[in-house]
Design a protein around this ligand. Structure first.
Ligand SMILES: Cc1cc2nc3c(=O)[nH]c(=O)nc-3n(C[C@H](O)[C@H](O)[C@H](O)COP(=O)(O)OP(=O)(O)OC[C@H]3O[C@@H](n4cnc5c(N)ncnc54)[C@H](O)[C@@H]3O)c2cc1C
Ligand code: FES
Length: 336
């Protein structure tokens, strides 16, 4: 166990062997900034004042040459090799009340949702709580590094965590899950993480905007809203975008929720209607365009959650900014 001190704050925490500085801090209830947890966004950069660390992923794109020259390291990738002192910002907004834990979980079931999205259901030996919209890190057999996947269910009892994973061509994590993992196999999971969780205290109606692999956290937000007694009067607009008709899924899951078709509305859209030959009679275009056309200035009155691939997330962010939606009402964890 190494001791990590945060310079100038009087704060210190223990980091267990193999754990990283950012994750050990969050486990200990100290809010070090982070977002993706997989070395890509750079939000978790800290300056190493003293001590030694080793990086899980030395070439991680979240750090550039200038950062390295200044002694900065990625908190989410850095494993201490001694006691350390780091310079870092700290804030309680990086804590959620659900402290992440490391545990083994068994694949209990799986089902295809589309031609390239599959749901994987993991059973935990004991319940671990999470908030709707959060994600976990999976160590998959034969795959270097961890992969982040969002939970699609809610932690009613916490003993099963469901993930909906889109297979990316050539992706190693996807290949391990789709081609090699069998029901009964176990994987190591670390979580929950993520700050784009359902704000149950908000009085505003909700908009969820998802594209492709962003389905899971938005489904969890919808399920969380439907299950929360204090949110019984909230309305939800759920927008889901894909390229072609065969990419669209999710209406059956939403239809199971009380209020579907009334306070919960489903808005699927595809951007390439001619591409796969399947019949499509719904709207066409990009998902951010449909959200904007459907709600217009009323977007400003909503609590907005979105998730999906980087290009879609950037387009949604721009659209919300142009629509004048206050940043405090917008919640997302970038996918990489
Ligand atoms: C917060 C968050 C939530 C996400 N939720 C979902 C979800 O619910 N469903 C979904 O389908 N996808 C989700 N993703 C995307 C997912 O984590 C993967 O990036 C995607 O599935 C492709 O993974 P792959 O292993 O198949 O592809 P690969 O190309 O093999 O790997 C892609 C990612 O793995 C990481 N990586 C690659 N090499 C290394 C290395 N040597 N060491 C450490 N890390 C490495 C990087 O983050 C890289 O972006 C999420 C991503 C983030 C950040
Ligand atoms: S690079 Fe560490 S949280 Fe994104």
């Amino acid at each position: 166990m190494y001791k990590i001190n945060i310079a100038g704050t009087g704060l210190a925490f223990d980091c267990a062997p193999g754990d990283t500085i950012a994750r050990a801090a969050i486990r200990a209830g100290i809010g070090l900034p982070y977002e993706c947890n997989v070395g890509s966004c750079g939000t978790c950069k800290v300056e190493l004042v003293s001590g030694e660390v080793e990086s899980n992923w030395p070439a991680a794109p979240g750090l550039n040459e200038r950062d390295r020259a200044r002694g900065r390291v990625l908190g989410c990738q850095s494993r201490p090799g001694s006691d350390c002192t780091v310079k870092a910002r700290v804030g309680d907004q990086y804590l959620t009340g659900c402290a992440p834990r490391r545990f083994e979980a068994r694949l209990a079931g799986q089902r295809d949702l589309t031609h390239d999205i599959r749901e994987f259901r993991f059973a935990l030996a004991e319940p671990v709580d999470f908030l709707p919209g959060q994600y976990a890190l999976l160590q998959l057999p034969g795959v270097e590094g961890l992969r982040a996947y969002s939970m699609s269910n809610i932690a009613r009892d916490g003993a099963t965590w469901h993930f909906q994973v889109r297979r990316v061509p050539g992706g190693k994590g996807g290949a391990a899950l789709f081609d090699h993992l069998r029901v009964g196999d176990t994987v190591a999971i670390d979580g929950p993480y993520g700050l784009a969780y359902l704000r149950t205290g908000s009085e505003r109606d909700i908009v969820c905007i998802a594209g492709g692999s962003g389905l899971a956290p938005m489904m969890s937000i919808a399920r969380g809203m439907a299950a929360h007694p204090a949110m019984a009067a909230r309305r939800l607009h759920f927008f889901y975008g894909g390229r072609t008709a065969r990419d669209i899924c999710g209406s059956d899951m939403l239809a199971e929720l009380p209020g579907y078709g009334d306070r919960i509305t489903w808005h699927p859209v595809i951007s390439m209607p001619e591409a796969d030959g399947h019949q499509w009679t719904g709207p066409t275009g990009f998902v951010h365009e449909l959200a904007s056309a459907t709600l217009g200035a009323a977007l400003r009155e909503h609590e907005i959650y979105f998730a999906g691939p980087p290009a879609m997330a950037q387009a949604v962010q721009r659209m919300l900014f142009d629509a004048g939606v206050p940043a405090a009402q917008v919640h997302y964890d970038a996918f990489y």
